[in-house]
Design a protein around this ligand. Structure first.
Ligand code: HEM
Ligand code: HEM
Length: 188
C-alpha cells in the first residue's frame, strides 16, 4: 500500500490552511479541525469529495468547496496531506456545563427506547475513534461543525458512512439531541 509523506504533505497543504489552519486546527467553527485525525479517515473523505465532484454530487460526500479542492489532488497528494494533518496535535475544546449530564448519558448509553446506538461503541470513551475501522476522532471538534454533520447525516445530504451507520442513528435524533451531543463531544 502506498504511504503518505507528512513533510511533502505540509508543503502541499498551504491552500488548505486558509480554512483549516496551517496545522489543521481551524479557528472557524464551521470548518473541521483536521489535526490529529486518523489518516485513513482523511484519505477516505478526500476521495469521497473527489467522487462527488466526478458524479455531480450523486455519490461520495458532496460539498461545493471541498469537491473542487479534492478534485485537484492526485492520489499521492491525498496520502501526503492526510499524513501531514494526522501527525499534528489537535487542540482541546470545552463542554458547556449544561451539556455534561445529558450529553454523557446519550453518548455513553444511547437511548434503547428510541433505538439510538451509543456513540461510545464506535467513537470510543474519549471520542478518539479507531484508525483501522474508519471511525473518526470526534474529540475536541467544533460543536458547530459536529452539529452540521449530524444534521447532514439525518437529512441524507451526507450519506458516505459505511453501511449508512451514521444516517441510521442520526435519523432518530431530535434537534435537542443533536445540540446536546455536539456540545458534549466538543469537550471530549
Ligand atoms: C471538510 C480537507 C481546503 C473548507 C474537509 C474534510 C477534509 C478536508 C478531510 C473533512 C473533514 C472531516 O470529515 O472531519 C481539506 C484539504 C484542503 C482543504 C486537504 C486543501 C487541499 C479547504 C478550503 C476550505 C475548506 C480552502 C474553505 C474555503 C471545508 C469545509 C468543510 C471541509 C467548510 C466541511 C464540509 C462539510 O460540511 O461537509 N476538508 N480541505 N477546505 N473543508 Fe476542507
Ligand atoms: C462519523 C458523531 C455514533 C460510526 C461521525 C461524525 C460525527 C459522528 C460528528 C462525522 C465526523 C467528521 O465529519 O469529522 C456520532 C455521534 C454518535 C455516533 C454523536 C452517537 C449518537 C456512531 C456509531 C457508529 C458510528 C454507533 C458505528 C456503528 C461512524 C462512522 C463515521 C462516523 C463510520 C465516518 C463516516 C464516513 O466515513 O464518512 N460520527 N456518531 N458513529 N461515525 Fe459516528
Amino acid at each position: 500500500i502506498a504511504q503518505g509523506d507528512a513533510e511533502k504533505g505540509k508543503a502541499k497543504s498551504v491552500a488548505c490552511g486558509a480554512c483549516h489552519g496551517a496545522d489543521g486546527n481551524s479557528l472557524i467553527s464551521m470548518n473541521p479541525k483536521l489535526a490529529g485525525q486518523h489518516t485513513n479517515y482523511l484519505v477516505k473523505q478526500l476521495n469521497d469529495f473527489k467522487l462527488a465532484s466526478q458524479t455531480g454530487g450523486k455519490e461520495g460526500r458532496n460539498n461545493a468547496v471541498m469537491n473542487g479542492m479534492a478534485a485537484a489532488l492526485s492520489e499521492q497528494d491525498i496520502l501526503d496531506i492526510s499524513a501531514y494533518f494526522s501527525s499534528q496535535t489537535g487542540t482541546d475544546g470545552e463542554t458547556p456545563e449544561d451539556a455534561v449530564e445529558l450529553g454523557s448519558k446519550l453518548y455513553s448509553g444511547g437511548d434503547l427506547e428510541r433505538g439510538i446506538t451509543a456513540c461510545i461503541a464506535c467513537h470510543g470513551p474519549r471520542g478518539n475513534g479507531t484508525s483501522l475501522s474508519g471511525f473518526p476522532d470526534i474529540s475536541g471538534q467544533h460543536a458547530d461543525y459536529i452539529k452540521s454533520q449530524l444534521k447532514a447525516f439525518r437529512s441524507g445530504d451526507r450519506a458516505n458512512s459505511l453501511n449508512g451507520m451514521m444516517g441510521d442513528i442520526a435519523k432518530k435524533m431530535t434537534d435537542e439531541d443533536i445540540e446536546i451531543l455536539s456540545n458534549y463531544v466538543a469537550g471530549l
